[in-house]
Ligand binder design. Structure first.
Ligand code: AKG
Ligand code: FE2
Length: 383
């Protein structure tokens, strides 16, 4: 697979104004996107590192054609089977977690209108003037300065779903925004109920006590990251979110209808097609370890496009630092020996950050990219 090599691209893409790439660093990616659009400039400024991943959409890169794919599409699961056919639902969820590490869920109990309105309100936030957004405590306008972040051509807003929501909404909307707050509260509550159910069903699939995972939800954090990816003049050279796995247990993703999320399976990339009203469930590194690698942490990334911004809400379920990720004996057997050393959730996070910090000081971008992947990081923990 040919990698996109940044020096080649820099020569190939003509710059309209020679001085543009020495331009002052824009304060947010949205700001940069607007500046480039106004000037007709296609080239991404030199201060941003370009991408060393294969972004081709050729047949060998991305697989979209449902007919020819057979089983090779991200599973879409109808959660209303909880009432009619629990056994099949358990099996479908388990199969998806073992093979893909993700699935899309329909009829999950949160209304389609709530999701649509939440996305519409969220766009209004990111379309505000830069100065207003910068007053928000948890707004990040340019992730490209943080090498440790998977978000790249993106802005983000974080909300801690279980902390004082009013105060957080007021920080984002000093003049208040009841509609945004009520929709977010409704969404958080629905997400929590769905995650509890999911953990029970996953435990059933694995042959564990039904509340084995779900009993830890009450002591966990739900951190919801609003990811806003502005339109990009040159999407073949930069990613919205670089390839990564989520460090936490499980992530609930809500994406708008623009598209751009891809997941990796067996070295190939697959688009996760937007389905109105669906939620995407990603297995993270924590759940991978806690199931002795039976469920797979999923490598994923987000592409950007020239015409439209894109919005995705990533609800990251993070357990307390003291939670022991050691897989239960029931998930260890002659054919499936214990894969990982004992570890606590906090230890894994801490260790990962330390490794990344060290790499940040000594290595280049390519080496660093690997540190966003639990599939690589977890090698350090192998028995
Ligand atoms: O934009 C997306 O769809 C994915 C975002 C994501 O993976 C993350 O925030 O961890
Ligand atoms: Fe992610």
């Amino acid at each position: 697979m040919a990698l996109v090599a940044s020096p080649v691209l820099r020569q190939e893409i003509p710059s309209k104004s020679g001085s543009q790439n020495e331009a002052k660093r824009a304060s947010t990616i949205g700001d940069l996107s607007e500046t480039l659009k106004r000037s007709g400039e296609q080239r991404i400024p030199d201060y941003l590192e370009l991408c060393d991943e294969d972004l081709s959409t050729s047949a060998s890169g991305v697989h979209e054609d449902r007919e020819s794919l057979g089983d090779y599409q991200v599973p879409v699961i109808d959660f209303s089977m909880l009432q009619t056919d629990r056994r099949t639902l358990v099996q479908l969820l388990g199969d998806a977690a073992r093979s893909w590490g993700c699935c899309q869920i329909l009829n999950h109990g949160i209304s389609v209108e709530c999701l649509q309105q939440l996305i519409a309100e969220s766009y209004k936030y990111f379309e505000r003037p830069v100065e207003r957004k910068q007053q928000t405590k948890s707004f990040v306008g340019d992730h490209t300065t943080f090498k440790l972040s998977s978000l790249y051509w993106a802005e983000s807003l974080m909300i801690w779903a279980r902390q004082d929501l009013d105060a957080q909404v007021l920080s984002a909307w000093p003049e208040g925004n009841d509609s945004f707050r009520d929709l977010a509260a409704q969404y958080f509550k629905g997400t929590e109920e769905l995650t509890k159910q999911l953990f029970k069903l996953y435990a059933e699939d694995l042959g564990l006590e039904s509340d084995f995972y779900s009993k830890h939800i009450d002591s966990s954090q739900l951190i919801v990251r609003w990811n806003y990816y502005p339109a990009c003049p040159n999407p073949s050279t930069i990613l919205g979110a670089k390839s990564h796995t989520d460090l936490n247990m499980i992530t609930m993703l809500l994406q708008d209808q623009v598209g751009g999320l891809q997941v990796e399976r067996e070295g190939r990339w697959f688009n996760v097609k937007p389905i109105e009203g669906s939620l995407i469930v990603n297995i993270g590194d924590g759940f991978h370890v806690w199931t002795n690698g039976i469920y797979k942490t999923v490598v994923h990334r987000a592409l950007v496009n020239t015409s439209k911004p894109r919005l995705a809400l990533a609800g990251l379920w993070a357990p307390p630092d003291t939670l022991d990720y050691t897989a239960p004996d029931a998930l260890v057997g002659a054919n499936h020996p214990r894969l990982y050393k004992s570890m606590k959730a906090g230890e894994y996070h801490q260790n990962t950050l330390e490794i990344r910090n060290m790499a940040d000081m000594s290595n280049g971008q390519r080496e660093h990219s690997k540190l966003l992947l639990g599939t690589d990081l977890l090698r350090h923990w192998r028995i």
